[in-house]
Design a protein around this ligand. Sequence first.
Ligand code: CS2
Length: 502
Amino acid sequence: MIVANPAGPDIPRLSRHNAPRELRIGASAPQETGIVHIGLAQFHRAHAAVATAQALAAEPGPWGIVGIAPHSPKNVRAMREQDFLYSILQLTPEGESVGIVDVHRDALVAAEDPQAAVDAIAAAHHKIVTLTVSEVGYRKDPERIGLNLDDAETVADFANKEAPTTVIGLIARGLERRFAQGGAPVTILSCDNMQSAGTLTRALVLEFLKRAEASPEIFDWIDAHVTFPNAMVDRIVPATTDATRQRVAELTGVWDEAPVPAEAFTMWVLEDKFAAGRPAWERADGVVFSDEVEKYEQVKLRLLNGSHSLISYLGALDGRETIPASRTQPFVEECVRRAIEDEFLPSIDLPSSFDAAAYVDQLFIRWTNFALGDLVARVGSDGSAKILQRVPIPALRLLRMGKMPEQMALLVAAWIACVCPPAGFEPGEIARAMVEPKRDFLREATAGVDLPTEHAHAVLTSGLFPQELAEHDAFVARVGELLELIVNDGVRAAASEALRGV
Ligand code: CS2
């Protein structure tokens, strides 16, 4: 097909026939599918899909992937039009390179055809269901390891056998059908930035089935034949822009509507607990099988993701559009270093022989990737769900010792200033570009409140945060003071105050 390329002459649409062979990453998958992946955005396409292509080059197997997008048709449509191929545009300070991934064999949108999604999860030849649905997708209760029962769609799904709308609902219904069809073993592999991601997913699925009054035998079957390994997944992947598409077209000579920009770094640490086999992922770049995955999750969720949030909210309020532009401001770097050394690192149970200093050095280099140009607004999006994975544990650890987690308080204050600004405060267009599903909820929780200190109190006690943090008067007051400084004197004044301590 010839597609009008907005920035140049017409060039052919990427397809299996015209994809330059020498650009293929790893091997193409066979027609036979063995993996269902839920969440067809950037993370999976630049990570597990790439690892699968490389594993297939080392050891062929029935590991084609069926991609399921929960709601967005964008990548599904684009990939369908190009035989499911797409490119990875790797962007580093040293230069750029492009590779083409060819492991997907089908793709669908669950919201358009929930039955097809449930069928795919239930099919006996699918041996692994992988997930990258982001923190928000789990609809977890902020307090306990369980479903958020205030979430109307989750509750509606308990009675909705035919067309579940939530991800946990889809998996639970898929497992129910699978059990009814003979109960072939399967692995559910969460690849999201959640602590104990596999254990959590299992708890959510089991709670869903209980509340949906599933037949008692299914629980024994899940115990014996369904595994939920924990995993830590890491590769920074910004959103695709027209510039990404244009550059890929220049490098490949074909038009890819859905390429993924990515850094070079890639890491996947996972538990080897697979119920029905797996690709030879250990043969792919950056993959490690380990019994210490939960420790690696702590490392990544706090040192990388937690710092990322701080860089993002401070940067947005300072008018910095990208992560490298923010991270290279000396006041941001200083806050992040203090957060890492005083608050995150002491809260982590490090994996054995893990070189934390080298990891942190590498993080600062990764965050300085101007070529990648990761946006502050991307990282700052969905903060209400992300912060819960990154802030409460290190904050509460210090508070219980009678110390103030200054940088965690600053992070929360800056987040509030960005996504739920106190009356009269304008956080700027970078903060306004952050997607925050709880914006309306936060606006209601703070309606009629005047002072920034009261505003912070209203946010922290709105039910979004765990009770122990929300009821910690000194922490709530400190967030309020820092928010007041942001509003009156700017984010740099608040950062200086947090660096000085109370
Ligand atoms: C980021 C992550 O969105 C965020 O908050 O911290 O997407 C981060 O880029 C990835 O986890 C890197 O592996």
